[in-house]
Design a protein around this ligand. Structure first.
Ligand code: TMP
Ligand code: MG
Length: 316
């Protein structure tokens, strides 16, 4: 009706257009209460630029434990890939006790908001090295790993299938970059039917002897805070993807932000951080470091919404 009054037509239209610009969101899921953003307009601009470049320019890099896998379900903590080995099939009670004690000692250090990464580094090396030595002493058998994964309460985040399947359909490479255990991680995604050909894993892999008994770990040890060095060691992987300068990165630790340091010529990068634990203590540093922070969100809703937007051709 108002449009039919000629002198009011232009100003009202302009005001309506501005209002629409201010309030619209291309991705309504970003309005969820669990979503925190330091700079919402930068996030939206990046997502739009990534959409214009399309799926052929995109690569996704994700952490595994507590990022693709759930932190908790029905109020109970879910296991990390290391904790999946806490099973009578694989290790004895004395070893279980020692691994739990190590977790109780070092996990609080890993997530301590008052310590710097430099302060945490030696503790992380100690934690991983001690656990891996204990695992080697237990002579873990390769043929029992799948059963241990089946018996565990490990779960991928709600919506994981849409995430993995969409990336596969769009032929977008997914790098899972994990300081957990590669053999276990692969088994988790295999048992969930999402170990598609576009998935590449960089992680700590077990080295088995001829009879299938664990005797060592392969290559450079990866812990939470040396992902940058490890990314640089895997330069060949990133070189293969040099035609894909846009990166969507998912993590749950501040150390995960360095996973994309192997990408030589990044054009647009969007980082999403799951803040699962010690929320109040760590909120500020997460919001300052990740573009999008998801607070106690056990779903893949936000990554899926963003991915869906980026990989759908813009309306003409
Ligand atoms: P991620 O890089 O896939 O997140 O894996 C690393 C996580 O594994 C890190 O948050 C600490 C955790 N972890 C355990 O839960 N138990 C262990 O024994 C070790 C060494 C690490
Ligand atoms: Mg993690």
């Amino acid at each position: 009706m108002i449009y039919h009054i000629p002198w009011i037509y232009l100003p009202v239209r302009t005001a309506l257009a501005i209002w629409h610009q201010l309030t619209k969101s291309e991705i309504p899921e970003l309005a969820k209460a669990s979503v925190l953003m330091r700079d919402r307009s930068r996030v939206e601009e990046t997502i739009q630029a990534m959409q214009r470049a399309g799926p052929d320019a995109l690569q996704v890099i994700s952490d595994f434990d507590m990022t693709l896998s759930r932190f908790a379900h029905n109020g109970k903590r879910c296991p990390t890939t290391h904790n999946i080995l806490d099973n009578d099939l694989l290790i004895n009670d004395a070893c279980k006790k020692m691994i739990r004690e190590l977790l109780n000692t070092y996990y609080p250090i890993e997530i301590d908001a008052t310590r710097t990464v430099e302060e945490k580094l030696p503790h992380m090396v100690e934690w991983w090295t001690s656990v891996h030595e204990l695992l080697i002493q237990q002579k873990i058998r390769r043929d029992l790993l799948a059963q241990a994964v089946k018996q565990s309460s490990a779960m991928l985040r709600e919506g994981y299938k849409v995430f993995f399947d969409r990336l596969q359909e769009q032929q977008v490479p997914l790098l899972i970059f994990s300081a957990g255990l590669g053999d276990i991680l692969e088994e988790v995604i295999r048992q969930n039917h999402v170990f598609h050909p576009n998935v590449h894993v960089i992680s700590n892999y077990m080295d088995f002897d001829q009879s299938g008994v664990l005797r060592a770990f392969k290559g450079q040890l990866i812990h939470t805070f040396n992902k940058r060095e490890c990314a640089l060691l895997h330069a060949a992987h990133f070189r293969e993807l040099k035609e894909r300068p846009n990166v969507l990165l998912l993590g749950d630790s501040l150390g995960d932000l360095t996973m994309a340091d192997g990408v030589a010529h990044t054009q647009h990068a969007l980082t999403i951080g799951f803040l699962n634990d010690q929320v109040e203590e760590r909120k500020e540093s997460y919001v300052n470091s990740y573009d999008i922070v998801l607070v106690k969100d056990e779903t893949m809703d936000i990554p899926n919404a963003i991915l869906n937007y980026i990989t759908t051709a813009p309306a003409k």
